[in-house]
Design a binder for this molecule. Sequence first.
Ligand code: ATP
Ligand code: MG
Length: 257
Amino acid sequence: MLLEVSNIHVHYGKIEALKGISVEVNEGEIVTLIGANGAGKTTTLKTISGLRGLTSGRIIFDGRDISRMPGHLRVIAGLGQAPEGRGVFPGMTVHDNLLMGAYTRSGDFTAELNEAYELFPRLAERRNQAAGTMSGGEQQMLAIGRALMAKPKVLLLDEPSMGLAPLLVQQIFSIIEEINRRGTTVLLVEQNAQQALKLAHRAYVLETGKVVKSAPADELLNDPDVRAAYLGGGHDAPQDKGPDAAQDTSDTPNPKA
Ligand SMILES: Nc1ncnc2c1ncn2[C@@H]1O[C@H](COP(=O)(O)OP(=O)(O)OP(=O)(O)O)[C@@H](O)[C@H]1O
Ligand SMILES: [Mg+2]
């Protein structure tokens, strides 16, 4: 097993956001976490990448206990995160943003740059544009491309389809599939449960800080409870994020991935 999250508890002050979450990710898989606003999806990813500390529980990655490892060392160990929202460096060019993604590595990044530009031709067209002037969808692509520059073993993606037009949503999901096909394991958080379950091998359903269900993704696609709660009659448009979303980055002034 590549990533094993065991019974993690995470607090924001006195509020217990994660009440004993366990998630396993095998090498080569796409695993998705789905659940309503505030269920704890982002917190789970942030705890895995080291942006939040855990109160108790354990995270084993690639055979090592990383529970207390600082975030930047987790990037070096092979955890790459494209954070919820955009998180690009707005004043820097697209190209320099991509190079920043490789800050933990040394040597020649030509192959990785070429791969990022190949996966996202739009970034190649806009390589000298300031990242802050890119559209929301383009910035999302840049955030994923930047995370890939570190050559992660596991790519953590927090709502890559958020706020994208339907055509771009399709594009992002097929690019994630391609990234996985090329050998990167993916842990994907999505509100767009329908799309995520179609893409993923396995899935976990989170409710108020707990895992309430885990199963092969196609099983959940046909699960009546899941359909009623998260697939709402087949609507898969991105949902309004509500006020929580704005708070989400407040404790991460310096995201590492
Ligand atoms: N910085 C913070 N300070 C205090 N509480 C927080 C903070 N970030 C998240 N929370 C709370 O922790 C809980 C889990 O939030 P989290 O962002 O992990 O949910 P989520 O599943 O990602 O939701 P969404 O789908 O809206 O992104 C929520 O109740 C939220 O209000
Ligand atoms: Mg979230």
